[in-house]
Ligand binder design. Structure first.
Ligand code: GUN
Length: 289
C-alpha cells in the first residue's frame, strides 16, 4: 500500500511562534521601555541575500522588533567591515548582530564572525557560542538547525533513538544540526563530500537532513521507504523555479514526511532568528541593569 506522505510546512508553526514572540516583545517593552533591536549587515548586492534580508526586516517589523540594515560596498576591506561590527558591538541599543552570508570571497567569513560580540551573536556562529553548543548550554543556536528541530517537534516526530544522517558539514547548518539532533537523543551520522557510499548510508536512516547545496540531487533511491527528510537547500533554477536539494516530485508515496521548498525550512530560519534576538536582548539588558 502506498504511503501517505506528509508535507512538513512551516506556516502553522510560524503562526504559533509569532504569537508567542509578540507576547515576549510586549513583556520586553514593558520591562525595558524599548523594543529589542537587530542590526543586519549586508555586504554587496547578491540578489538572494537581499531577499532574505528584506524578509528578516519585514518579520521584525511585524513582531515589533526594531531592525536596522547596514548596507556596505562589495569591495569593503576586512578592516573596515570589522570596524562597523565593533561599532555595533559597542552600541548599547543594539541587541543582535547578523552578518548576512555568503560574504564576497576576499573577506574571511570566520574572522568577521569572530568580530561579533558573542552576547549579540544571533546566528550562534562565534567560536564561543559554538563551543557552548557542544557543551549543551548555548545562549543562541544557529537559526536553520534550531528551526529544523522546532519544525520536527511541532509535527510530533519523536527523535529519541532515531538513526539520523546530516548531509553537509558547514558551521552554519551541518555541524550545529548534528549536535542538536544528538541532544534530542538521536544517533547521528555526519556525511559530506568525501563520504563513501553515501546512498548506502542514507538508505539505512530514519531521518535525513540534507544541506548539500546541490539542486535536486537526491532522488527517492537515496531513502528507505517511510523515512523522513528535511531539505535545507534552496535554489533558483534556470526556468526561474525554486527548488531544494531533493527531487521533491519523487517523494510522494515513498517518504513518511518531508519539508517542501519553499515553505519548509526557510520560514523556520527566520522565526529562530527572531527568537534568538529576543532571548539575547533579555539576557544582555537584564545583566546591564
Ligand atoms: N545566509 C543564509 N542563511 C543565513 C543565516 O542563517 N545567517 C546568516 N548570517 N546568513 C545566512
Amino acid at each position: 500500500m502506498a504511503i501517505q506522505t506528509q508535507l512538513l510546512k512551516a506556516r502553522e508553526v510560524a503562526q504559533a511562534s509569532e504569537a508567542q514572540l509578540h507576547n515576549e516583545v510586549h513583556k520586553f517593552k514593558a520591562h525595558f521601555s524599548v523594543s529589542p533591536q537587530l542590526a543586519v549587515v549586508l555586504v554587496g548586492h547578491d540578489p538572494a541575500s537581499q531577499v532574505y534580508v528584506r524578509r528578516k526586516h519585514e518579520t521584525c517589523h511585524k513582531l515589533g522588533i526594531r531592525s536596522v540594515k547596514i548596507e556596505l560596498h562589495p569591495d569593503i576591506t576586512e578592516k573596515e567591515l570589522l570596524h562597523h561590527i565593533q561599532r555595533l558591538n559597542a552600541d548599547p541599543d543594539i541587541d543582535g548582530i547578523l552578518v548576512q552570508m555568503p560574504l564576497p570571497s576576499h573577506l574571511d567569513a570566520k574572522k568577521i564572525i569572530e568580530g561579533i560580540d558573542p552576547l549579540k551573536d544571533v546566528d550562534g556562529l562565534t567560536t564561543s557560542n559554538l563551543g557552548a553548543l557542544v557543551a549543551g548550554n548555548a545562549k543562541a543556536v544557529s537559526c536553520t538547525p534550531k528551526g529544523v528541530i522546532s519544525l520536527l517537534k511541532f509535527y510530533d516526530i519523536q527523535l529519541k533513538g532515531l538513526n539520523c544522517a546530516v548531509v553537509g558539514r558547514s558551521l552554519i547548518v551541518g555541524k550545529p544540526m548534528a549536535l542538536l539532533l544528538q541532544q534530542e537523543d538521536a544517533t547521528v551520522t555526519m556525511c559530506h563530500s568525501a563520504t563513501r557510499n553515501l546512498k548506502g548510508i542514507l538508505q539505512q536512516m530514519d531521518l535525513v537532513v540534507i544541506a548539500a547545496g546541490k539542486p535536486m540531487l537526491f532522488g527517492k533511491e537515496f531513502f528507505r521507504e517511510g523515512a523522513v527528510v528535511v531539505d535545507v537547500g534552496i535554489h533558483r533554477i534556470d526556468n526561474g523555479q525554486i527548488c531544494g536539494d531533493l527531487k521533491a516530485t519523487e517523494m510522494n508515496g515513498h517518504l513518511l514526511a518531508y519539508t517542501p521548498v519553499p515553505g519548509g525550512v526557510g520560514p523556520m530560519t527566520i522565526i529562530s532568528l527572531m527568537e534568538n534576538v529576543v532571548k539575547l536582548a533579555f539576557n544582555r539588558r537584564s545583566n546591564l541593569k
